[in-house]
Design a protein around this ligand. Structure first.
Ligand code: EPZ
Length: 419
């Protein structure tokens, strides 16, 4: 198994480019089943998760052209030769469930195993199953496969009892080719959802309200193909800004949209981080000497992104004072703080959703294992500021979400190698 070996303490400087949004790319692959014509996608990140999603599409006959050097993907679901996704593929990531709606729209049936993915707590899919049933889908379970069939998808009114990003995207996609009007209420408002809706509309879909809690979709007979440049990955952008604050001399994070991480930027300013915001970049200077502890609570977009909680928690280990980090969205997303404590941090877990961080603490390198991708990248950042050598195992978890991450960090002067 490959590892990252990191020697901490180097002062980083230079520029780092943000890749296309992973959580947008995954959904566009699933949405491509809605059209019999090609989706031409640029700024497409070729990372483990998107490659798995592409493999799943190819496993049922979808044609793809991957240009990894230019981050371009052409995907054409002209012919779909089967409606069953193998368990081996689908239990690698949660987004696999997103294929169900578009496959039902095309083939009127789908067999898909319960999705896998991160270990950040239980990841139910009740909102998906209930949603598909509202479209008239018959859902049965047989040895951990969902067998779904439908005569004709019919528009539905769906109120999400809790805000769910992928459930919103799944129902929005399913509604595109359904008969009649679908109303989604209490929908998620992430930028990736607006991007997907705008793109599908450019292909002939009729979606309004994306980016607000109320989305209306008027079903159409078919949609055409189209061209799309994915939005930048706001989680990468925020993570690299935090890295600059932790280990920078001066780091410029480029090809990003600062408007997608306003909640983070407000909290970084409160914590005393010094940075300058431009239209498509942020320049941050090393700030640990003046860091102050600030409390955060994660919240659906536009609130503080739960995916940025792990790197921000690390930042708080270097801040003067005590703060409360509250992540009400997932019940397993703070487990990684044990690993930071084993490196010298001082973090108390109050309950699965809350930790108290006291800082600043000096961190020391050691051998650790990456639990999930957002905790994984946080452990890389911890290694970059810890004294001595840090070795990280299970780096597949990091490669799931960050393309060529060690090469991009080396360009900033980081001492990190993949063995
Ligand atoms: C998306 O996951 C992202 N993944 C996550 O990023 C992100 O952390 C999350 O949204 C929140 O922003 C992708 O887009 C592929 P949710 P998602 O459904 O949609 C509960 C990463 O690292 N829920 O918004 O799966 C759920 O348990 C990943 O890139 C149900 O109860 O998250 C959670 O507590 C990690 N029933 C809450 O909703 C359901 O059927 C929000 O989860 C679905 C979700």
């Amino acid at each position: 198994m490959s590892q990252f070996q990191i020697v901490g303490g180097k002062k980083l400087e230079g520029e780092i480019e943000v890749k296309g949004a992973k959580n947008a790319a995954l959904k566009v692959v699933a949405a491509s089943f809605l059209a019999k014509y090609p989706f031409k996608v640029s700024n497409f990140p070729f990372i483990e998760d998107t490659c798995r999603m592409i493999e799943m599409a190819e496993s049922v006959g979808v044609k793809t052209k991957k240009n990894k050097n230019e981050n371009k993907l052409v995907i054409e679901a002209k012919n779909i030769n089967q409606s069953r996704f193998s368990k081996e593929l689908t239990n690698k990531l949660r987004s696999s469930i997103l294929f169900a709606g578009p496959m039902l729209a095309r083939e009127k049936e789908v067999e898909i195993a319960h999705p896998g993915g991160c270990v950040i707590g239980k990841r139910p899919i009740d909102l998906f199953i209930e949603g598909y049933k509202k479209f008239g889908v018959i859902v049965r379970e047989r040895d951990s496969y969902f067998i779904m069939k439908v005569k004709r998808l019919r528009g539905a009114r769906i109120f999400f009892p809790r805000v769910s990003v992928t459930a919103t995207e799944a129902m929005m996609m399913t509604a595109v080719l359904a008969d009649g009007v679908t109303e989604l209420r209490n929908a998620a408002m992430e930028p990736e959802i607006s991007m997907l809706a705008n793109f599908l509309n450019s292909c002939g879909a009729r979606i309004s309200g994306a980016g607000t809690p109320n989305i209306t979709i008027r079903g159409v007979k078919e949609i055409s193909g189209g061209e799309l440049e994915l939005i930048p990955d706001r989680i990468e952008a925020g993570t690299f800004i935090i890295l600059g604050a932790l280990a920078g001399k001066e780091v410029r994070v480029k090809k990003m949209n600062p408007l997608h991480i306003e909640a983070l930027l407000v909290m970084l300013k409160k914590a005393g981080v010094r940075f300058r915001v431009f239209s498509d970049s942020v320049t941050v200077v090393g700030s640990t000497k003046r860091l102050r502890a600030v409390n955060i609570q994660t919240h659906e977009y536009p609130g503080f992104a739960t995916d940025l909680q792990p790197p921000f928690t690390l930042l708080m280990t270097q801040a003067k004072g005590i703060c409360l980090i509250h992540d009400p969205i997932f019940d397993g997303r703070l487990m990684f703080t044990d690993i930071l404590n084993s490196m010298g941090a001082n973090i108390i877990m109050n309950d699965p959703h809350r930790v108290t961080v006291s800082g600043p603490s000096k961190l020391f390198g050691r051998r650790i294992v990456s639990p999930d991708l957002r905790a994984g990248i946080t452990l890389v950042l911890a290694g970059l500021i810890a004294k001595g050598m840090t070795v990280i195992d299970n780096i597949y978890q990091i490669d799931r979400g960050y393309e060529k991450i060690e090469e991009r960090l080396q360009k900033l002067g980081a001492e990190i190698i993949r063995t």
